[in-house]
Design a protein around this ligand. Structure first.
Ligand code: HEM
Length: 431
């Protein structure tokens, strides 16, 4: 394994244009070492090394102090924030809510939400797609995981997601502005905490269980496996993680569908074959194969997690012959690896066929990283794919989806990878 070292501190280059910086580094070598603000960093773009970090030696890596602090302010000590044994225990407790049988149950609610959204879809003027799907995915996660008609919580959850993004890099703001923003965050968090405490209390008082995630968490608090504070942290985390990435992925997928008429025609043909004139049913999910391929290809070209959470090495380690010092921060970028022509020829081309049946065997493991990998792989990936599949299939079945003229695609790596310009599409009802 050849290591390339970039001299000097690369903080400014990385911060001003991280995608170009990382793509440029990957063009030189699969392993690039550099310093960022004096801290040793290692960027890896080799599937075996990625596997070594995410799986073989996963226990030797942890969240960086900056990541932990900035997340825990909003998400407390949830599964997304903590490391080691605490992480394993918390993940095991949440996992049953994402088992296959549970997902099949959620499908019923997901389909109902999608059908309601389609009935009210904006067709008279171009639609701000992200706004439309954000409300849909937030409604689904709220109802499916927490079983509440939480119309009163939707606005605050949307604000919280914005506050988490806005808080990154706030240390550079003038202190008066920073203080005002922090006070606003605090007020928002207090409102949400009170609402979640009520949610937990109402569920405790309920006569019969619903069998959803909230039941699971409330039961864990009653069995003294978890405190109310811990349950609150997991609830808020799943609210946030459970809607924003999915809505952004759907935004990209709808943009790709609008820009590639051949793909749109195939999607529509599949929807007509699978459910045609009748209403979409939860059981249709496995038959919507091509729709799932389109979503995977979308997450390849536009992975909302363009970079995985930084991994901080907590002991010295020889990684496939490379000696690494404790304190090294490892960077893995799904955006860069998934655009590497060795694994995806003509990487810029949007081609859902790359994910045809058996795709996992066609290329090395850990070259598709849109949902991460190893013990911290996204807990909600099948949940997300299921709801996105129902949404995309229903939309192409009911509407011809057209782009605005001259739309230029420009991915911007903020907290999530998002389009620079709002995606506005026309949805023309099909007779
Ligand atoms: C298309 C939608 C989604 C994408 C692209 C996505 C992506 C990811 C990625 C890449 C990670 C791993 C990050 C890392 O290792 O650094 C992750 C973790 C996580 N995701 Fe997702 N996610 C999506 C939807 C969801 C949904 C729907 C939920 C919950 C309902 C969810 C909950 C979580 C949680 C709790 C973690 C942390 C897991 C852990 O650390 O053990 N995600 N997600």
């Amino acid at each position: 394994m050849q290591l390339t070292r970039i001299a000097n501190d690369c903080g400014t280059a990385f911060q001003s244009d991280p995608l170009s910086f990382l793509q440029h580094a990957a063009a030189h070598s699969d392993v690039v070492a550099f310093d960022l603000h004096g801290v040793p960093h290692l960027f890896i773009n080799d599937p075996e090394l990625i596997h070594a970090v995410l799986v073989e030696h996963a226990s030797k890596f942890q969240r960086t102090e900056y990541t932990r602090q900035s997340l825990s302010k909003f998400l407390g000590n949830s599964v997304l924030v903590v490391d080691g044994d605490s992480h394993r225990k918390q993940r095991q407790r949440l996992q049953p809510a994402f088992y296959h049988q549970q997902l099949a149950r959620y499908a019923v609610q997901m389909v109902a939400h999608v059908q309601r959204a389609i009935a009210n879809w904006q067709t008279d003027t171009p639609c701000d797609v992200h706004h439309a799907v954000l409300r849909l995915t937030l409604g689904i996660v709220t109802d499916v995981l927490f079983g509440t008609d939480a119309a009163d919580i939707l606005d605050d959850m949307e604000k919280l997601t914005q506050a988490i993004s806005a808080s990154q890099g706030r240390e550079w703001l003038p202190s008066a502005e920073r203080l005002a923003a922090e006070q606003a965050d605090q007020a928002l968090l207090e409102r949400l905490n009170q609402r979640i405490a009520r949610l937990i209390a109402e569920r405790r008082a309920a006569e019969s269980p619903r069998g959803d995630l909230l039941d699971l968490l409330v039961r864990a608090t009653e069995d003294a496996m978890m405190t109310d504070q811990q349950a609150r942290d997991e609830i808020i985390t799943l609210f946030v993680a459970g809607h924003e990435s999915t809505s952004m992925t759907l935004t990209w997928a709808l943009l790709m569908t609008a820009l590639h008429s051949d793909v749109q025609a195939k999607l529509r043909a599949e929807a007509l074959r699978v459910f045609g004139e009748r209403a979409l049913q939860p059981e249709d999910y496995p038959q919507l194969r091509y729709t799932q391929m389109v979503l995977r290809e979308t997450t390849r070209l536009y992975p909302t997690a363009w970079i995985l959470f930084l991994r901080l090495l907590n002991e010295d380690l020889v990684l496939h012959g490379l000696p690494l010092r404790q304190g090294t921060t490892v960077i893995i970028s799904p955006f860069v690896t998934q655009r590497d022509p060795r694994f995806y020829p003509q990487p810029e081309r949007f081609d859902p066929e790359r994910f045809a049946e058996g795709w996992e065997k066609v290329r090395p493991r850990f070259t598709y990283l849109a949902f991460g990998g190893g013990e911290r792989v996204c807990i909600g990936q099948h949940f997300a794919l299921q709801e996105a599949t129902f949404t995309l299939a229903s939309l192409v079945r009911h509407f011809n989806i057209l782009p605005e003229p001259d739309y230029r695609i420009e991915p911007v790596p903020l907290t999530l990878l998002q389009p620079r310009h709002p995606v506005r599409l026309r949805f023309v009802p099909l007779s």
